[in-house]
Design a protein around this ligand. Sequence first.
Ligand code: NAP
Length: 196
Amino acid sequence: MGGTFDPIHFGHLVSAEEAYFALGLSEVIFVPTGNPPHKRAKLVSSAEDRYTMTLLATLDNPHFKVSRLEIDRGGDSHTVDTLREMRHWYAPGSTELYFITGLDGVLDILSWKEPYEIVELCQIVAASRPGFNSSRIRDLPEPIQKAIIPLEIPLLAISSTEIRERVLDGKSTRYLLPWTVEHYIFKKSLYIRNGR
Ligand code: NAP
């Protein structure tokens, strides 16, 4: 489960839970991005804050884990490198990998590092917001299209951007994300100090 998770919210958690049951997965490993190369122009909260929020949000689910792999690797975070590293965690042929993330990001996959290698290493579970036009998957090259499993998640109407804006505007974020994460955001004054 890859994402910047700035912050993690119920849309992410429901996507992971839905994928877990729909695909009969043995576990879901959340991998907060370390240094996302596609977000260089934007301010992103520190990797440690995003990791802690992800940990707080997933604590009560026994089949969710959180990995520091991208944070500790340093340098730019590329999905292909993460998948290659994960492949080594399991005996050859013993495990299938699924990369779960948001569909609107996946539609840009041709701009990612080694997109064709990514679909050799895993299948991609692409969570979409309700009403999102998933026919755009058909614009992608066939080998990539074939590796994508679309998953419509009504709760993905929640977005991290909206939560950050609500914090900045002093609006309530209750019921959009776990209370533990909400408290962490206020304790650390996230999204207020840097004006995002
Ligand atoms: P993003 O561009 O911030 O997000 C794209 C969309 O997907 C947003 O609407 C986002 O909603 C949603 N989304 C993100 N993660 C999700 C998840 N786990 N489940 C459901 N929806 C999700 O994307 P990002 O978070 O930075 O990156 C997503 C993943 O793609 C990460 O693992 C990242 O490393 C990978 N990626 C890799 C490359 C590369 O290899 N070069 C390039 C780009 C992305 P929210 O804003 O509400 O999260």
